[in-house]
Design a protein around this ligand. Structure first.
Ligand code: 13P
Length: 251
């Protein structure tokens, strides 16, 4: 099971170090079989990366550019992430898609270059409220998967984690019903099979969107869901460890 913390644009350096200190000291509470991933803002990656050796977590980044280097003001390259000890990179998050205007094609370029790096993508997909109301959830998920993964190396697909994050559930306190997540995960898996016959059943799919201690088990106990991508409830060590424990206690 993978429980990933997406801190988005939150925390100072001091707050980051405080969080990691407490998280590392409580790492013993996390059972084997649970992989905690922490994705802080770029400026804290190096220091957080150094703490990986002490604590039971892997470092993730929230985004990256597809080029190794060049005239791309304001961007961060995959090689820089590797250098900082990053293992996972969130790609295609709904805030990148809908606030920063990233298209399926842009996300696809980023996915493609991962063949050259030791970074595993956490590839995010999910429908907006309007798309859901129009009954287009399945169609949108299929499009995001087909276009986002087009011509992506099989090695990348095999190390990829997918996060199903319905846009209307992110930061709203209104999580999806586990049944919705189950159905979405099934659609994603059958679309993945178009890339390789058993890719769908082998891929870890996380649910994201208003996950908290009280609802995480409803998702992680589904056979179709292998963990969670958490925003708001991952910002405090107590809360993040609390939801890891809730998931592990539910089995
Ligand atoms: P919240 O858990 O704050 O709803 O955010 C979910 C998310 O976008 C994680 O990537």
């Amino acid at each position: 099971m993978i429980i990933a913390a997406n801190w988005k644009m939150h925390k100072t350096r001091e707050e980051t170090l405080e969080f990691l200190k407490e998280f590392v000291s409580r790492s013993g509470e996390i059972r084997e079989g649970i992989q905690a991933v922490i994705c802080p803002p770029f400026t804290f990656l190096y220091e957080a990366g150094e703490k990986q050796a002490e604590g039971n977590f892997r470092l993730g980044a929230q985004n990256m550019h597809w080029e190794k280097e060049g005239a791309f003001t304001g961007e961060v390259s995959p090689i820089m992430l590797e250098d900082a000890g990053v293992r996972y990179v969130v790609l295609g998050h709904s805030e990148r898609r809908h606030v920063m205007g990233e298209t399926d094609q842009v996300i696809n370029r980023k996915m493609k270059v991962l063949a050259d790096y030791n970074l595993a993508p956490i590839f995010c997909v999910g429908e907006t409220e309007q798309e859901r109301d129009e009954g287009r959830t399945g169609e949108v998920l299929k499009r995001q998967v087909r276009q986002g993964l087009q011509e992506v190396d099989l090695n990348v697909l095999q190390k990829m984690v997918i996060a199903y994050e319905p846009v209307w559930a992110i930061g709203t306190g209104r999580a999806a019903y586990p049944e919705d997540a189950r159905e979405a995960a099934e659609t994603i898996r059958r679309t993945l099979d178009e890339f390789d016959s058993d890719l769908g059943d082998k891929t870890n799919i996380l649910y994201g969107g208003s996950v908290k201690e009280g609802n995480i088990a409803g998702f992680t106990t589904l056979p179709q869901i292998q963990g969670a991508l958490v925003g708001g409830a991952s910002l405090k060590p107590d809360s993040f460890i609390g939801l890891i424990k809730a998931a592990q206690e539910a089995g």
